[in-house]
Design a binder for this molecule. Structure first.
Ligand SMILES: N[C@@H](CCC(=O)N[C@@H](CS)C(=O)NCC(=O)O)C(=O)O
Length: 237
C-alpha cells in the first residue's frame, strides 16, 4: 500500500483523530509537522480550501477536514462496524469536533503557564530549526492563550476543567459498560474520541480524565488496537 502523508500540528485534536484512524486501519503513513506560524510545509491546496491541518495526502489526492478524512478512511476495508451502530458512531464523531475538541484547548491553554507549556511541547516535538522553534515557543503561547480565551467566551465562559468534566460525563454515559462506544467493535466514534484525547496526554487534564476507570480502560483498548495494527510508526508516536 502506498504511504500516506499527514500534515499536522502536534497539539491539534483533529490531526490526532486522523492518526487514530490510520493506525487502526493499518494504513502506512508519515507525519509532517507544520509550522503553525508559517504553514509553509502544507502542500498546494485548492483555492477554496482553508489552509488548516489536518491535510492527508493519500491515493494521489489531498484530503482536508478530519471528518471528511475519517469518512474516506472508513470506506477502506474493516475493522469498522456497519449497520445501525454507525449512527451513534457518527454522532460521537461530531461531538468530538463540536464539543470535546473545543473544550480541550481551553483546558490545556487556560493559564499563561499552561499555554507556555503547550508551546514548549510543540517546539520540542517539531523540527523547524532554532529560529522557528523559538518563534513557536514565544508566539505560540500567545496564540494558544488567545484561542483558549476565545473558546471560553464563545461557550459562555466558566471553568474549563469543569467544562471538560461535563463533556467526559457525556462520553462515559455513551460508553457505559461496553468495550467500545458502539459495543464490541471499534468505530469511528472511538477513533475520533481516543485520537482527540491523545493530543493532551502530556497535560494534567489527561491525568484527571484517566481517573475514570472505564474511560481509562477504553482508552487503552483503542491504543492497543492502534499499536497492533499500525504499519509504519509515525515520526511522533
Ligand atoms: N473542522 C476542521 C478543523 C481543523 C482546524 O481547526 N485545525 C486547526 C488546528 S487544530 C488549524 O489548522 N488552525 C490553523 C488556522 O486556522 O490557521 C477539521 O475537523 O479538520
Amino acid at each position: 500500500m502506498q504511504e500516506a502523508t499527514l500534515y499536522q500540528f502536534e497539539l491539534c485534536p483533529f490531526c490526532h483523530k486522523v492518526r487514530a484512524a490510520l493506525d487502526v486501519k493499518g494504513i502506512p503513513y508519515r507525519t509532517v509537522e507544520v509550522n503553525p506560524m508559517t504553514k509553509k510545509e502544507l502542500p498546494e491546496l485548492d483555492a477554496n480550501v482553508k489552509r488548516k491541518v489536518p491535510v492527508l495526502a493519500i491515493d494521489d489526492t489531498l484530503l482536508s477536514d478530519s471528518t471528511e478524512i475519517l469518512k474516506y478512511l472508513d470506506s477502506k476495508p474493516s475493522p469498522m462496524p456497519e449497520g445501525p451502530a454507525r449512527d451513534k458512531a457518527e454522532m460521537i464523531e461530531a461531538w468530538v469536533d463540536d464539543d470535546l475538541a473545543q473544550v480541550l484547548p481551553a483546558a490545556i491553554y487556560g493559564t499563561w503557564r499552561d499555554a507556555a507549556r503547550a508551546a514548549r511541547v510543540v517546539a520540542r516535538t517539531s523540527n523547524f530549526g532554532f529560529f522557528h522553534n523559538a518563534m513557536v515557543r514565544g508566539g505560540g503561547s500567545v496564540i494558544m492563550n488567545r484561542v483558549a480565551k476565545k473558546i471560553l467566551a464563545r461557550r459562555g465562559g466558566g471553568n474549563p476543567d469543569q467544562m471538560l468534566a461535563t463533556e467526559m460525563d457525556k462520553f462515559e454515559g455513551w460508553l457505559g459498560e461496553q468495550a467500545f462506544v458502539c459495543g464490541d467493535e471499534v468505530s469511528v466514534g472511538d477513533l475520533a474520541a481516543q485520537g482527540c484525547l491523545t493530543c493532551i496526554r502530556d497535560f494534567p487534564a489527561f491525568t484527571t480524565i484517566m481517573e475514570r476507570p472505564r474511560v481509562a480502560a477504553w482508552y487503552q483498548r483503542v491504543q492497543d488496537l492502534r499499536d497492533a495494527n499500525r504499519v509504519v510508526s509515525a515520526e511522533l508516536s
